[in-house]
Ligand binder design. Structure first.
Ligand code: GLU
Length: 546
């Protein structure tokens, strides 16, 4: 076969060579050991948790004086959504992930672009042409139906699927046949001519998993689709080579096609990047583990966490806990340190399905927020509210000191309260403080209902003195409790319920419902001081009369 004739027949317009591109994209001038890595999402408009997870590469790059960039894998035009690039950048920026180069909302920055794959067609075709010249690629004119028939034949014969051996019917066709098809205008794809042997096992060093052995690829897979656009396999190899990527951090679902990728790197004589396959995100579904699914699990979308308002840093704390086996220990030893101070290493990343658990995330966020001063919580909540609850943002701005005081209840203590882990939960939790949003949610405690309700509330209001200390206040509550036939100690009531109307818990829960609308709420005395005397008395009276 005259491969020069074939290459010119297939790619008449390609005049550049691989060497030209080696000059256009020289090796990067970076310190020894610097990591160059990227995220390479498809612009589908759906930014998922995995994108943030793989953006862990940013820490690695910046820890080593390397480069972190954004490449847009837009080879599938059908799935592309307007504004998708902006959405990725916006989501990453929100979590403090910054790109040194790559695609931007309206263009790009950096010397290794273009960073959108569809703009790199000439580069892929140059590499493809070179492979044709070397006799390592050829056009295939099979139709969908031909491939379907091949698949059925393989199924019936219990043979491996794929385009190889006797099934690779265009592999050794004479150039005249190819010319004839081209003349007819038949669509074609470009296939790689694999010399691989399925008996061979190829060692691959995975940055997370250590040494892997993968079966050598023996199928003539597709390099360029019929529109001349490359497959992911071919495109990422060309891009990661010419963008001088040192580490490819991606989901473990790519392990299946890893043999193709290393075969391409080796055939082209390019140094393989360190492939790092991260564990797929899983969740418990009843008693079994399964992959997070876009259709079933809203929490796969990164926007879910922003809308719910899990603080960004706490979300990172959680992600790092799931991803890195030594992070939790470090965080326990350094509870107030920024997670960016943690030295991240690939070897410590988990290798098997990372179990994602919203309850654990919520607990980490609750712990995180409980350690923060009221001003911090106020600012975070306000920022979230400006985006997702503007009425709350307006109230918070109009009554800043009041909201800060409410947030501060139960905060300054050895055991600060952990009432909320997200801004949406905080908004809900704090609603009772503000007279504009206060509602009675819970019922009256049974032992303090009926005529006792008015009796207790009247006595309480008679003795209520805002100048009292918390101790004096509580002594009075106890006094009323006993005077009205309730046990001041819940234990006593439990032992002899027939002797009492109820216990102090019924009395204080009644006050809680009257003042907060909930039986479960922080300290009554503290809350009353945030509400002020007039509002406190108003709520007690309203509840008595309700
Ligand atoms: N476009 C691929 C994806 O979104 C990128 C995988 C990679 O990082 O190479 O899964």
């Amino acid at each position: 076969m005259d491969t020069t004739a074939l290459a010119n027949l297939l790619f008449p317009d390609i005049t550049k060579t691989i060497e030209d591109y080696e000059t256009i994209y020289p090796p990067r001038d970076l310190p020894e050991g610097a990591v160059v890595t990227r995220i390479a999402p498809s612009p589908t408009g759906f930014v998922h948790l995995g994108n943030l997870y793989n953006a862990i590469g940013e820490r690695l790059a910046h820890q080593t004086g390397g480069v972190f960039y954004l490449r847009i894998e837009d080879t599938d035009q059908k799935r592309e959504v307007e504004g998708a690039v902006e959405a990725v950048i916006d989501a990453m920026t929100f979590y403090g992930v910054h790109f040194d180069e790559g695609a931007t909302a309206d263009g790009e920055t950096g010397a290794y672009g273009p960073y959108r794959q569809r703009q790199r067609k000439e580069l892929y075709q140059t590499v493809a042409k070179q492979l044709v010249l070397r006799g390592l690629a050829y056009p295939c004119f099979c139709t969908e139906d031909d491939l379907k028939a091949m698949h059925e034949q393989q199924e019936a014969a219990k043979e491996n699927y794929g385009y190889y051996g006797k099934y690779a019917i265009w592999r050794d066709r004479p150039i005249e046949d190819i010319e004839a098809e081209l003349k007819k205008g038949t669509e074609w794809v470009l296939r790689f001519r694999s010399e691989g042997d399925p008996e061979n096992m190829i060692p691959v060093q995975d940055g997370i998993r250590g040494e892997l052995k993968v079966q050598e690829n023996y199928t003539d897979f597709v390099l360029l689709k019929s529109d001349g656009i490359p497959t992911y396999h071919f495109a990422h190899v060309c891009d990661d080579h010419f963008m001088r990527t040192t580490h490819v951090i991606r989901d473990e679902s790519w392990l299946a096609t890893l043999p193709i990728h290393v075969q391409l790197f080796d055939t082209l004589g390019w140094q393989r990047p360190v492939y790092c396959h991260t564990a797929t995100l899983m969740k418990m579904d009843g008693a079994s583990k399964r992959k997070l699914s876009k259709r079933k699990d809203p929490e796969l979308a990164l926007s879910y966490y922003r809308e719910a308002g899990f603080p960004q840093e706490a979300t990172w704390l959680y992600l790092l806990t799931v991803l890195n086996s030594n992070f939790e220990e470090w965080h326990l030893a350094n509870p107030d340190a920024d997670s960016r101070e943690f030295t991240f290493s690939l070897e410590k990343m988990s290798t098997s399905g990372a179990l994602f658990d919203l309850e654990k995330l919520d607990n980490i966020c609750k712990e995180y927020l409980s350690r923060k001063p009221a001003d911090f919580v106020y600012d975070g909540l306000l920022q979230w509210a400006k985006e997702y609850d503007t009425a709350l943002a307006d109230r918070m701005t109009a009554k800043a000191d009041f909201y800060k005081a409410a947030i501060n209840v139960g905060r300054v203590s050895d055991k600060p309260r952990k009432d909320y882990g997200s801004w949406s939960a905080a908004a809900k939790f704090l609603a009772f403080y503000d007279a504009e949003t206060f509602t009675i949610e819970d019922g009256c405690p049974e032992n303090a209902s009926g005529e006792m309700k008015a009796e207790i509330l009247n006595r309480y209001m008679d003795t209520l003195d805002f100048a009292d200390t918390q101790e004096a206040w509580f002594a009075k509550v106890k006094e009323i409790t006993e005077a009205l036939g309730y046990a001041a100690q819940p234990k006593k009531y439990k032992k002899n319920p027939e002797l009492y109307k109820g216990s102090i818990v019924d009395v204080t829960n009644l006050l809680r419902v009257a003042l907060t609308g909930h039986q479960n709420a922080p300290d009554i005395w503290e809350i009353s001081h945030v509400l002020g005397e007039a509002e406190t008395r108003r709520r007690l009276t309203d509840y008595r009369d309700a």
